[in-house]
Write a protein that binds this ligand. Sequence first.
Ligand SMILES: [Zn+2]
Length: 402
Amino acid sequence: MATPRSSPLYHDDPKLFSFRGVVVAHETHAGRPSVRLDRTAFYPESGGQMADRGRLDEAAVVDVQVDDEGRIHHVLEGPLPAIGAEVQGTIDKPRRLVHMAQHTGQHMLSRALADVARAETVSSRLGESACTIDLDVAALDERAAAEAEALVNAVIDDDAPIRAFFPSEDELRALPLRRQPKVHDNVRVVVIGDFDVSPCGGTHCTNTAQVGFVRIDGLERYKGKMRVTFSAGVRARTKLSREADVVRALARDLTCGPEDVPAGIEKLRRELDEARQALGRVRGRVAAAIADALVKDARERGERVVIGVLDDASLDLVRAVAGRITAEGDLVALLAGEAEGGTIVLAARGSSSDFDCGAFLKRAATAAGGRGGGRPERAEGRLPAGIDWKTIAAATLATPGR
Ligand SMILES: [Zn+2]
């Protein structure tokens, strides 16, 4: 049973960023030196809200934690102020304001999702980079999420008062709590206008306008339930403004207005498609010219195996040349092309040939220190860069396979 103690200063005034307190103990928390004060406005990590940072006199407060007895430990960097000394506590205000906006935004969004989509909050996390709410529903559509977001921002615009207090047991029973409290004694309640009533020990804004802005950043399925990622306050505005910067930069590149970026990208996509088709036609003509020359040479020498090396050839071009050669029916194409970081090789046979491409390529790849294989009709592989394909292919053909 925890010993009763006076309520921490942040409960009475979440906007108290500066206070004086007396050091009552030197301790360690998780192996780090810490002090306890007779009174504090520093919020310890709890209830899904992150710990405050700041200073005690000149010492940096690098963490604030609460132990099982409810005692608040200020983890300090540098020498600890003496026991009995009165110190000036200064809270990192921007950091706390973000936490207050996120925490208040979470209450409001949980309420809105329950009202709009009958989606009750199971748990929530307010992290350094992302805030999430897990809902007890298997699905939540984008439209319902957008409706909940709009409702929250309307309540923000209403500038509704927010009150946190410790009700009597009778008062508590009469309150329309959104969820049941996690503690039995000294239940603290946060009332947001006439919008939401929840038990909570965290720090919150004192009116809804201070939340500034709440935005749902994403929806995802998580362990059969829905997880909503959101941002609030300055965090949400910063995110939105960074995204707007990206859109503006895109607009400059496309020499259009931000609103015309989708049309600009669509136009680029069309042009890319047309360029690809034109490239395909040219590649077809190049492949035909190379293949015809290789076939002519092989026919003149009375050979049915065409060995060729294509300089600067993509796999697409090698395949196209092989396709043209094997259209002859009785011919076998054994081709190589230099690709990034290696040599691509391909063996393919015409419909009336009984050459085993897979077996050939496997033996050739083994001999050249690469890998490859495939079916009797067709096989592909990758060999080290700079190999002499004509010699390897000829030597492999000359060696009887097993
Ligand atoms: Zn709260």
